[in-house]
Design a protein. Structure first.
Length: 157
């Protein structure tokens, strides 16, 4: 596993599957670091928008996320119970209607908008929402072979 943290720029090397860790940052526990530990034995490049320092300008943070979401093979959304996370909800709405990249979703028990996310995703035919970080990590890991096949079909493997 390779670990890339904002504002570091990542450029794909041949054969590198990638996962973007979308979800809460402000007011949320550092779930990104926890799930990255669960992915350490994979070949993924983990793209983490949670920067190592507090003072990154909003414009450069948003631009980093915008660029790296578009580079990702998998976007993993995690909704922790501590905050509503309107930007993550916006991003989920935008990306959940795309076929590529793959989107996986996890919701911590007690998240205030859980029912809204479940209903909206159900209307799109997206079921199987993870209920723990471990389950979300398992979903990401289970996609690795299909992502490698997709990369091969695109000549990127």
């Amino acid at each position: 596993m390779e670990y890339v943290v904002a504002p570091e720029i990542w450029e794909r090397l041949r054969g590198q599957p990638s996962v973007f860790l979308a979800g809460g940052i402000t007011g949320c526990p550092d779930w990104q670091r926890e799930i990255a530990k669960m992915l350490v034995t994979t070949n993924y490049v983990v793209l983490n928008p949670r920067r190592n320092f507090r003072h990154m300008e909003a414009e450069s943070q948003i631009a980093w996320e915008f660029q790296h979401l578009r580079k990702a093979d998998v976007i993993a959304f995690w909704f922790c119970k501590d905050e509503i996370q309107p930007i993550a909800l916006f991003e989920l709405g935008a990306w959940s209607q795309q076929k590529d990249p793959a989107v996986v979703i996890g919701i911590e028990s007690g998240y205030r908008r859980e029912q809204d996310v479940v209903i909206q995703m159900g209307l799109l035919g997206r079921t199987g929402i993870a209920k723990s970080l471990e389950e979300l990590a398992d979903k990401i890991i289970s996609l690795e072979n299909s992502i490698r096949i997709r990369l091969a079909n695109k000549g990127l493997l």
